[in-house]
Design a protein around this ligand. Structure first.
Ligand SMILES: Nc1nc2c(ncn2[C@@H]2O[C@H](COP(=O)(O)OP(=O)(O)OP(=O)(O)O)[C@@H](O)[C@H]2O)c(=O)[nH]1
Ligand SMILES: [Mg+2]
Length: 233
């Protein structure tokens, strides 16, 4: 497989419900195996290309959160500036690349959009390792997705095998900020309080629908990563 530095590609699995349960399991296992191989091959190719021909830094960003909070829409808004009112649930993972410039440096974000539904847990967790940034996402009109941030954070720390969580760049994103006031179930103050309690310094409300703060969220995440890198180095 030959993947150029500027390549943007999608990795998607669609399993139809007309397949039997066993057939679905084996299709999913096969997909998982192939995408793991693709990831390794892709990462190797990209990192090598970057070392030899480019000075860009590659950052793996994983987006986590309950099903339906808008993770896929956030990624698509950020990468393609598009929004899908009828976005389908993600199965497994899907990833896209996008370059961002910060302070004269270019960073290539390899964004991993994961399936939020519980039944896909085994398909998403193998992809947490090697992440540089984790975007914890909820929807401001869905209190339960906010309460589940704790679970997402713990799942990520466990499967990514992160020992010191205070040194990892998490960013919390409250999506769907465009909804009517009466539909809102989580205030920005609640988000900030949760972040303070969890030593997370980057948080933002976004709308993938009207493009509010989407670019800013990814830039903020990279700036957070940079701060920790500089401190560590
Ligand atoms: N109002 C509003 N709706 C949104 C926004 N972002 C996403 N949606 C809608 O929310 C629904 C779910 O969006 P997705 O991006 O598929 O959600 P997801 O988090 O990727 O869900 P899973 O793939 O199941 O984990 C879709 O109907 C979107 O159109 C937003 O910013 N505002
Ligand atoms: Mg999705």
């Amino acid at each position: 497989m030959s993947l150029g530095y500027f390549t943007t590609f999608r990795c998607r699995l669609k399993v139809s419900y007309k397949h039997s349960k066993n057939a679905c399991s084996s299709i999913i296992e096969e997909f998982n195996y192939v995408t793991n191989k693709c990831e390794i091959s892709y990462m190797a190719t990209t990192r090598n290309n970057m070392r030899s021909a480019h000075k860009n830094t590659l950052l793996k960003v994983v987006i986590l959160g309950d099903g339906g909070v808008g993770k896929s829409c956030l990624m698509n808004r950020f990468v393609s500036n598009q929004f899908d009112e009828h976005s389908f649930h993600t199965i497994g993972v899907e990833f896209l690349n996008k370059d961002v410039d910060i302070d004269g440096e270019t960073y290539t974000l390899q964004i991993w959009d994961t399936a939020g539904q519980e039944r896909f847990k085994t398909l998403r967790t193998p992809f947490y390792r090697g992440s540089d940034i984790c975007m914890l996402t909820y929807a401001v009109d869905d209190k339960s997705s906010f309460r589940n941030l704790e679970m997402w954070k713990n799942e990520f720390l466990y499967y990514a095998d992160i020992k010191d969580n205070t040194q990892f760049p998490f960013i919390v994103v409250g999506n769907k900020s465009d909804i009517e006031t009466e539909e809102r179930e989580v205030s920005s103050l609640e988000m900030e309080t949760w972040c303070n309690e969890n030593s997370i310094t980057s948080c933002l409300e976004t709308s993938a629908k009207n493009a509010s703060n989407v670019q800013e969220a990814f830039r903020l995440a990279v700036q957070h990563w940079l701060r920790l890198e500089t401190r560590g180095g």
